[in-house]
Write a protein that binds this ligand. Structure first.
Ligand SMILES: *[C@@H]1O[C@H](CO)[C@@H](O)[C@H](O)[C@H]1NC(C)=O
Length: 219
């Protein structure tokens, strides 16, 4: 009996194991700042849930991803996102999709998804794609992709795609978050609102201030 009692705390701990997280759950948005006043608390990590009895098929549906996106812009590409903001049924499911269209010489400029790994499938065209690692530091993994080719951009790493062909290209991608987020490097660094003090960027990029002024004016 004494021996059984001795094991009891161990048995309790083991039986609770499935309910214990090794770390905090991942954020599903950029931030979720706590409020002191519980009456003012609305936002949660993710989105609040609809009454299951009110759920309909449309909550899991998005039409029209067969249509090309408009690539008439400075970078010559268009990302059409299908995440929890387009399909409410994706809330809590950890997955989303995009269609990316590229004009000839169009780029999807260097960017990261803070909350998702991306798996890209080329449907039409030839893309030069790549990502840069953090460990080993700043190693480029790049490849030319053709229709049917699949490539992975690991979570959080800076990556890009470039249409090197003479025709339009397009691809679909799956992302491992209901709300992957996107940080486009040039836009974030040179186009933040308000602007980052140019002294910071002059030193960070090791260039003259007029280069930074030009880049900040551009973005
Ligand atoms: C594509 O976008 C450009 C620039 O915003 C616009 O002028 C053009 O009308 C758009 N084309 C279509 C088909 O929507």
């Amino acid at each position: 009996m004494k021996m059984i009692l001795g094991f009891f705390p161990v048995i309790v701990i083991i039986s609770l194991a499935p309910f214990v997280y090794a770390s905090d759950p991942s954020p599903l948005q950029d931030f979720c700042v706590a409020v002191g006043d519980s009456a003012a608390a609305v936002f949660v990590n993710g989105k609040i849930c609809k009454n299951p009895n009110m759920v309909v098929a449309e909550d899991f549906f998005f039409p029209g991803l067969n249509k090309p996106g408009n690539t008439s812009n400075a970078v010559g590409s268009r990302v059409t996102a299908v995440n929890v903001n387009q399909i409410p049924g994706l809330n809590t499911l950890g997955i989303s999709a995009v269609r990316i269209d590229y004009a000839p010489q169009g780029i999807n400029p260097p960017h990261t998804h803070p909350r998702a790994t991306e798996i890209l499938v080329v449907v039409e065209g030839t893309l030069y794609v790549g990502f840069v690692t953090s460990n080993p530091a700043n190693k480029l993994f790049a490849k030319y992709l053709y229709p049917g080719d699949v490539f992975v951009f690991p979570e959080g790493l800076i990556h890009f795609q470039y249409n090197v062909g003479k025709t339009n290209a397009y691809a679909f991608a799956g992302l491992s978050s209901q709300n992957p987020g996107v940080i486009t490097i040039a836009n974030s660094v040179f186009g933040s609102d308000p602007s980052i003090n140019p002294d910071v960027l002059t030193k960070a990029f090791q260039v003259e201030k007029d280069v930074i002024d030009r880049l900040q004016a551009q973005f």
